[in-house]
Design a binder for this molecule. Structure first.
Ligand SMILES: [Zn+2]
Length: 233
C-alpha cells in the first residue's frame, strides 16, 4: 500500500471514530443530569467573570457573594460527576479531544501526500493579501490563498498549506494570465471529462482556446469550438 492509501485509510478511520464518538455525546446531552452539568459549566464561567470584575473594581461584598455562588456551583458539579451518565459524558469529551487532535494530524498527512504527489496545473485567479498572485490547482484543489498572512493567527488548514508551500517545491505548471476561478474549474472539468488522461501541456492548450472563445467570442462560438475540441457533445 502506498503512502497516500495508508494516510487515507488512517484519516477515514479517525473520521469515523470521531463521528461515532460525537453521536454518543449527543445521545447523552438529553440526560437531565448531563444537561444540568452543562448548565453549571456555563454558570461557572459567568460567575468567574463576574467575580473577576468585582475584584477588579474592589467591590468586596459582590466578590464574596460570587465566591459563595461559585463554591456552591463547585459542590453541585462534583455531586453530578458521581452520576454514571455524567462521568461517561466527561470521559467521552476527553476522548473526543484526543481523537480530534489525531484526526487533524491525519488529515494534514493525507492532504500533504496528495498535494506533494500532484503534478499541479495551476491557474491564477486574482490578488490575495499583499498583492501576491493566488494560484489554484485545477487537479487537486491546492490553493495558495491564505485567509491571513499572519502565521500565528492562521487556522489549521491555512497553516498546513503555508508549511507545504514554504517547505517544498511544488511540481507542475501555471496556466498564463488571470482567470475567473469558477470559469476555470468548469473549463477544466469539461476537458478531463472527455480526456481523463490528458497531460498538463495539452490540457493547457485546450484550456486557453476554450477560455479565449468564452471571453472574446461569446457563448455561441464557444459551443461551436468546444464541440470541435471534444469539450462538448
Ligand atoms: Zn494539484
Amino acid at each position: 500500500m502506498g503512502n497516500i492509501e495508508r494516510a487515507k485509510e488512517l484519516y477515514i478511520d479517525l473520521k469515523k471514530r470521531l463521528e461515532a464518538n460525537k453521536d454518543k455525546v449527543y445521545e447523552l446531552v438529553d440526560d437531565p443530569f448531563v444537561s444540568k452539568y452543562l448548565e453549571l459549566i456555563d454558570e461557572k464561567e459567568n460567575l468567574s467573570l463576574k467575580l473577576k470584575i468585582a475584584k477588579y473594581q474592589n467591590e468586596l461584598e459582590s466578590s464574596r457573594y460570587y465566591e459563595k455562588l461559585l463554591s456552591e456551583n463547585g459542590i453541585m458539579m462534583s455531586e453530578l460527576r458521581k452520576k454514571a451518565k455524567v462521568s461517561k459524558y466527561i470521559k467521552l469529551m476527553k476522548e473526543q479531544e484526543v481523537l480530534d487532535y489525531k484526526f487533524k494530524k491525519a488529515k494534514f498527512d493525507y492532504e500533504k501526500n496528495i498535494y506533494l504527489n500532484c503534478d499541479h496545473l495551476f491557474v491564477r485567479y486574482g490578488n490575495g493579501d499583499n498583492n501576491k498572485p493566488v494560484c489554484h490547482c485545477l487537479k487537486c484543489g491546492f490553493d495558495t490563498k491564505l485567509k491571513s498572512s499572519d502565521r500565528f493567527v492562521m487556522d489549521s488548514d491555512d497553516y498546513q498549506r503555508y508549511r507545504i508551500m514554504k517547505d517544498n517545491n511544488l511540481r507542475g505548471m501555471i496556466i498564463g494570465g488571470y482567470t475567473n476561478l469558477e470559469l476555470a474549474k468548469k473549463i477544466y472539468q469539461g476537458i478531463i471529462k472527455k480526456h481523463p488522461d490528458i497531460s498538463n501541456e495539452i490540457a493547457t492548450k485546450y484550456f486557453m482556446v476554450a477560455k479565449y472563445f468564452i471571453l472574446k467570442k461569446g457563448k455561441e462560438n464557444y459551443n461551436k469550438h468546444a464541440k470541435h475540441l471534444g469539450l462538448k457533445k
